[in-house]
Design a protein around this ligand. Structure first.
Ligand code: ZN
Length: 383
């Protein structure tokens, strides 16, 4: 029995390892997450960002100044009216190599009865960190960051955007919503978990791809954070108007047993679990990089991602690199600390001499000729 159990354990571990497939080009970017708690302090110090308040407008100006500072030039206000108030969704675009393909990463910036550290300052600063870090990275799919207004009044801003401002001709591949991350400080068990939210209701034609992409988000959670992903259903946040219109959605929401602080004056920085928030930001950034670089065949019927094989692995003097595509590609072999130690081009198959390299673990990456990472794999050089 014990033996069977250990075999099962090894099988489970192996399948999890396969699913995780750690990509150092994402891992290196995650190490750059360092500013969110400072921004959260600045954002919450503006005051209660109630819809229609001066504080909400000031928060909007604050966010715009941040994106300008990160180097973004394409910043738009999506203006709408609610009650007697003029309100703004804030839209920031980072175009991809394919001008018609987009993903949206969104987080509402209004708050209710509080300075909204958790709801939803946490989602806002997760979006800011993601935008800051991804700004200089080339992606195949464009990333549109949106901060919606009047979420708390019933998804008013996101409804307006989907019905009036969204270009229905573009290929919007995914909406990743970030709302209430970090959880309440002290909820140590609950804050080890993160809800990865999928579309289980409403329009049904988009559910299967939402399941698939949410599973991918859960795998990225295991690979790039200490959090345990919990698959849950999407509800009551800004992805819903997109869902209603047939788009593919997913979301992150922090599991916490005590939601007693939300929409009360206790939703402040003191009550927020910043360590847990950092972990979720790692997942948000990994997800944004993953889906925008499109390394999975997620968009059915568009592009087949060229796969490659390296053998033998572990290798000693030589390694063979074989592509399953007819295109000429570049390859790079990087050491564990990210330095490129060998590079070149390959068509079909090539033998690479490893004589000058030391024993150790390396990453082989396959790139298009203009430098877009297509796929990567670990290579072990054995003694
Ligand atoms: Zn919220």
């Amino acid at each position: 029995m014990a033996r069977l159990f250990s075999i099962l354990f090894i099988l489970v571990s192996c399948s999890q390892l396969r699913a995780q497939n750690y990509d150092y080009s994402i891992g290196r970017q995650i190490e750059k997450i360092d500013s969110f708690s400072f921004w959260l302090e600045e954002l919450t110090s503006i005051g209660v960002r109630e819809t229609g308040s001066e504080e909400l407008n000031l928060a909007g100006e604050y966010l715009i100044s941040k994106y300008k500072q990160f180097g973004y030039t394409d910043i738009k206000l999506d203006t709408f009216y609610y009650s007697d108030d003029t309100l703004y969704n804030i839209i920031i675009e980072k175009p991809g190599l394919d001008p018609n393909k987009w993903i949206i990463v969104c987080s509402h910036y209004d708050s209710k009865n509080s300075v909204g550290a958790n709801d939803n300052g946490s989602g806002v600063v997760a979006t800011l960190e993601t935008a800051r870090i991804i700004q200089s990275i080339e992606t195949r799919v464009g990333v549109r960051f949106i901060h919606f207004s009047a979420e708390e009044q019933g998804l008013i801003g996101s409804n307006y955007y989907v019905k009036n401002s969204l270009d229905t001709l573009e290929d919007l591949q995914l909406v990743l919503n970030l709302d209430q991350l970090g959880g309440t400080l002290g909820e140590t068990e609950g804050n080890k978990k993160i809800y990865c939210e999928r579309d289980e209701a409403g329009v049904t034609s988009n559910n299967a791809l939402s399941y698939l992409k949410t599973d991918t988000l859960a795998n990225l959670t295991r690979a790039y954070s200490f959090l345990e992903p919990v698959i849950s259903n999407a509800y009551s946040s800004d992805y819903i108007p997109f869902e209603d219109a047939g788009y593919i959605i997913t979301g992150l929401y922090q599991y916490s047993d005590d939601n007693g602080t939300v929409h009360t004056s206790n939703d402040d920085l003191e009550h927020l679990d910043l360590d847990a928030l950092k972990q979720v930001i790692q997942v948000a950034l990994a997800g944004t990089m993953y889906f925008s670089r499109n390394t999975l065949p997620l968009s059915v019927g568009t592009t087949v991602i060229p796969k490659f094989e390296i053998f033998p692995n572990p290798a000693q003097d030589f390694v063979q690199l074989k592509l399953y595509s007819n295109e000429k590609m570049n390859y790079k072999i990087r050491s564990f600390d990210g330095k490129t130690v060998l590079d070149g081009t390959v068509i079909h198959q090539t033998a690479i001499s490893l004589h000058d390299l030391q024993v150790g673990v390396y990453v082989v990456g396959i790139y298009t000729l203009n430098g877009v990472l297509i796929n990567s794999s670990k290579l072990i050089i054995a003694p």
